[in-house]
Ligand binder design. Structure first.
Ligand SMILES: [Zn+2]
Length: 388
């Protein structure tokens, strides 16, 4: 791919000075090499087998097929491939309580053990999870830095997911909440005061919502099947206090497919993100809304995931902000590699096989969808200038 590089002025991040008057890295006028093609890549997770959950849906067999698939792509050699660093204790404590962190350390020392009815740890889980979270922080560093080789976006190929974990409680296969920790890291280290998180995992990101519930500096938008685990995320959950309006819930009826998801993205999520004007965009990318996933009733295709990734990548690039796509759910090990490839292709604007035998043709929209979309928009009107 040709880079066709030239310096262009994109935006001024305008961070607050730190207490000692020294401006953070984010204060550097944000310029980057405009390229004909976006530069994307992956953060891999060495040693992911250390988090050994046995015959659990979230298991050690999820990622190897994904990595094999990505390595087989003709575009592999053009990717920005990054190794993660371990997250430090202070990184974790920006989003979680000290007691919670210690409880995970203790649980791993007594492993194997269960943290709740569906979340377990093995002896190597702590090391794996610190590396998984640290990989997201490495990705934030890479997309936020001023450098010729700065990638426009990065996709972390990691496990376990994180978006169900709140400040004090691990649940739903999740230990540390990667996107929340990354949002707080970006705020503190780069001086960003507006970070957006878009969550398209089929389950509601209740942990992320809880952590940023009263925080106007983090916009959280979730598209999730309703009803489904964990049972929250209705349209009227919009945040509280200073954070009122900075949580946006889009509960998708069972049977929703590409048209409904893309309509929700185009008519609600993107206009709100556009108005919020984030300095960094994080995506909680769960692929468990795919038509062949065993944990949901949604009908998203590879093409749909590709289109969602293209939407966020085009937006981030047009604003010159970094984009980090963080792997959350996705539990069919046969289909996950092709879906993740489709997402990466959307980020990098290259071709990928998008035919999908698992999606019914023609698609029947859920009957409650028009009314549901109207309810979502109605709930957002006091907070955002959404079209209609
Ligand atoms: Zn999920």
């Amino acid at each position: 791919m040709g880079w066709g590089a030239r310096w262009v002025f994109v935006s001024d991040q305008q961070p607050k000075p730190t207490d000692d008057g020294i401006q953070g890295l984010g204060s550097i006028t944000h310029r980057y090499y405009e390229r004909e093609k976006p530069k994307t890549g992956v953060v891999l997770l060495p040693g992911q087998k250390r988090h050994d959950t046995g015959e659990h849906p979230e298991n050690r067999r999820r990622l190897p097929g994904v990595v094999d698939e990505l390595r087989s792509m003709p575009e592999w050699d053009d990717l920005f491939v990054l190794a993660p660093r371990e997250a430090r204790r202070e990184d974790i404590l920006r989003a979680h309580s000290e007691g919670f962190y210690e409880s995970i350390v203790d649980a791993c020392s007594e492993a194997p053990t269960w943290l709740d009815t569906d979340t377990c740890v093995s002896a190597g889980s702590l090391g794996n999870c610190l590396l998984a979270t640290g990989g997201v922080l490495s990705a934030v560093d890479a997309v936020a830095m001023e450098a010729y080789h700065r990638p426009d976006s990065l996709f972390t190929i990691s496990r376990p997911p994180g978006h169900h974990t709140g400040k004090d409680k691990a649940m739903g296969f999740c230990l540390f909440n990667h996107v929340s920790i990354a949002a707080e890291y970006a705020k503190e280290i780069y001086g960003f005061d507006r970070v957006a998180i878009l969550d398209w995992d089929v389950h509601h990101g209740n942990g992320t919502q809880e952590i940023h519930w009263e925080d106007p500096s983090v916009l959280f938008i979730s598209l999730h099947q309703w009803p489904l685990y964990p049972g929250i995320g209705w349209v009227d959950e919009v945040g509280e206090g200073d954070g009122e309006g900075s949580t946006v819930n889009i509960p998708m009826p069972p049977g929703s497919g590409d048209p409904e998801y893309l309509q929700a993205i185009d008519e609600v999520a993107m206009p709100v993100i556009e108005a919020f004007d984030p300095q960094l965009l994080l995506v909680s990318a769960g692929q468990d809304g795919h038509a062949a996933d065993p944990l949901s009733n949604q009908l998203i295709s590879k093409s749909g995931f590709n289109a969602m990734a293209s939407r966020v990548a085009a937006y981030a690039r047009s604003k010159g902000i970094g984009l980090v796509v963080v792997h959350e759910g996705g539990y069919n090990v046969t289909t996950l590699p092709g879906i993740d490839r489709a997402i990466l292709a959307g980020l990098g604007d290259f071709e990928a096989p998008l035919e999908d035998i698992y999606v019914p043709d023609p698609h029947q929209p859920p009957t409650e969808w028009p009314e549901r979309l109207a309810e979502v928009i109605e709930a957002q009107k006091p907070h955002w200038d959404v079209p209609r």
